[in-house]
Design a protein around this ligand. Structure first.
Ligand code: ATP
Ligand code: MG
Length: 559
């Protein structure tokens, strides 16, 4: 019992307390409320995993509610991408809902508030209203329009709705308290005029409800029991409750807003406004550029839904702002791909190696294990021949004892194949090695059972047979920013920290089994890292994205 208590996060503790106080379990209901003004990112994943995770834990429905009250920024493209991303992460929503579905209800309630003397139309400039707002330590002053009659307010509000006024000329405000210690309670704006086309309601409306007025009422309409949002809304909670109280019927459930800290990730930015800027200015190739912290970018990069869910779980939810190290996210994907990704061989920076005592014209198809971590992954055949590519950095003409790769007079094993010994090499006029000549021990083939096959040599190298290799474009990514918190400087734009080397395009050689790889297939390129087939890949041109490099790659292979 104690054990279980300890592992509850603080939101779960709040829910447990509410259940203990008599809230019926079948009243639990949650929602994930994205604004369709951009693509979802890894921060949203925290909220998605939290809300849908609660749904699974308590067997309660979770709505996907689009918070679409700002027609200027919202688009169907974003709605579609959000739905795809939530599904891809592995979650099922109960209902797909839109705040815009409640525009009429919200309007009717606003009329009710006007009739009750709790809302009024203000036609001052926003500057005037800002001055009257006061400061956290000084009370505000009442608007000269605060005491209009109900009739006058109704007349003006209907004129606002009917498009008789210009944008920015009139607003509807809740009449709460201009001296309230919480600034959000000083007669907040409920409606503004926006003569814009809405992605769902078209031109039906030219007044749109503000976030605070919409959010609590939408939760109430949907009977969401726990409305979980991020910390910046904590100070809005009084207003959330005030609005709900105006329409609350005691036979229904009163939704409860609770806050948790945003997920921030090192070496990136997470604000949709800034991500949009990167897209619009062409700094990245789109919302799904594999360097973006978006779900679609991570998917294209090769991340699995499991790894993102696991990251959300391991990183946990906090009550205070903090930054999660991107290395944890990388750890999570490496961990999952280590268990699931088939192993293949690819050479990214090739140098030619010729095995002089291997018969010319001979081919051999060697058996290779697909994944030593997963027996069910089976085996494949890899072609071997006299001329192969290895990585340039795996050969040094002369090397000290700590170099466990190939050098003149030393032996290494070729993965899944033979033990070879370097005899000499050829260099160009710049001293660059262009060809390496080796001999092989013909009895040493891996798995052949001979004494020679069991012989231990210090290093193992990956390789591809030149004759059989496929060429592939490999996109190697680095962090998009050079600073771990690029958008925390008051005097510097976050773009000053863009990493000029965040994308490196390499022409590589890969084993022929990859010819049939499909978009989004993920592999471990042995000794190099995890790679995923990019959506730009085609039958004629294979393209891979590097998801993450292998950590400790040398140490691991040379065990
Ligand atoms: P932005 O301010 O960048 O436009 P947002 O937070 O307003 O983003 P929404 O679409 O409104 O984005 O967010 C939907 C839900 O996801 C909200 O409940 C919000 O609190 C949550 N959320 C957004 N960003 C994060 C984050 N970085 N970490 C955790 N939850 C987040
Ligand atoms: Mg928001």
């Amino acid at each position: 019992m104690n054990e279980e208590k300890k592992s509850l996060n603080f939101i779960e503790q709040i829910i447990e307390e509410d259940l203990a106080k008599g809230l019926s379990k079948d009243k639990l209901r949650f929602r994930f409320p994205p604004e369709p003004n951009g693509y979802l990112h890894i921060g949203h994943a925290a909220s998605i995993c939290l809300n849908f995770g609660l749904g699974l834990k308590y067997n309660a429905p979770v709505n996907l509610r689009f918070d679409d009250t700002n027609p200027a920024k919202e688009e169907q493209e974003y709605v579609d991408s959000i739905k795809h991303d939530v599904q891809w992460l592995g979650f099922k929503w109960d209902k797909e809902l839109y705040s815009s579905d409640y525009f009429q209800q919200l309007f009717d309630w606003a009329v009710m508030l006007i009739k009750e003397g709790k809302a009024y139309v203000d036609n001052q400039t926003s500057e005037q209203m800002a001055i009257q707002k006061g400061t956290p330590t000084e009370a505000g002053t009442d608007s000269p329009n605060r005491n209009r009659t109900v009739e006058e307010n109704l007349d003006l509000f209907f004129k606002m709705k009917n498009g008789e006024f210009d944008e920015g000329s009139h607003v509807l405000r809740a009449k709460i308290d201009m001296a309230h210690t919480n600034m959000h309670m000083r007669d907040p704006i409920m409606y503004r005029i926006l003569k814009k086309h809405h992605h769902r309601t078209g031109n039906d409306w030219c007044i749109y409800p503000m976030y605070d007025w919409t959010h609590g009422e939408s939760d109430y309409i949907e009977q969401v029991s726990h409305s979980i949002c991020t910390l910046e809304f904590k100070s809005h909670r009084d207003l959330y409750d005030w609005y709900v109280n105006q329409v609350y019927d005691e036979n229904l459930l009163r939704p409860k807003q609770r806050e948790f800290a945003r997920r921030n990730l090192s070496y990136t930015v997470m604000s949709k406004r800034k991500l949009l800027q990167l897209v619009q200015e062409g700094i990245v190739a789109g919302w799904d550029d594999p360097r973006m912290p978006t779900i679609s970018g991570l998917r294209r990069r090769g991340y699995t839904p499991e790894s993102i869910r696991n990251f959300s779980e391991v990183a946990g939810i906090a009550k205070r702002d903090n930054v999660t190290d991107v290395a944890l996210l990388e750890y999570c994907v490496r961990d999952h791909l280590n268990k699931t990704a088939p192993r293949v061989m690819a050479v990214l920076d090739p140098v030619k190696l010729i095995i002089t005592n291997y018969p010319e014209g001979k081919d051999e198809w060697l058996t290779a294990e697909n994944n030593q971590e997963d027996e069910s992954a089976g085996f494949r055949e890899v072609p071997f021949s006299r001329e192969i590519y290895i990585e340039k950095e795996d050969f040094k003409e002369e090397a000290n004892k700590k170099f466990f790769r190939l050098s003149i007079g030393k032996e290494v094993r070729l993965k899944n194949a033979y033990i070879i010994k370097a005899e000499n090499c050829v260099k160009d006029e710049n001293g660059e090695i262009t060809e390496i000549y080796c001999t092989y021990d013909k009895d040493s083939r891996s798995g052949s059972g001979t004494e020679a096959s069991k012989r231990r040599v210090k290093g193992t190298l990956h390789w591809v047979s030149i004759k059989h290799a496929e060429t592939a474009e490999v996109r190697v990514y680095d962090r998009l920013f050079t600073h771990e918190a690029p958008d925390t400087f008051k005097d510097k734009n976050f773009k000053e920290f863009l990493n000029p080397n965040s994308l490196n395009i390499i022409n590589a050689y890969v084993e022929p089994s990859l010819k049939s790889a499909k978009v989004l297939d993920r592999f471990q390129f042995q000794r190099l890292g995890y790679f995923c087939v990019d959506q730009d890949s085609s039958k004629d041109k294979l393209i891979f994205n590097r998801t993450v490099p292998l950590r400790d790659s040398w140490a691991k292979m040379n065990k």
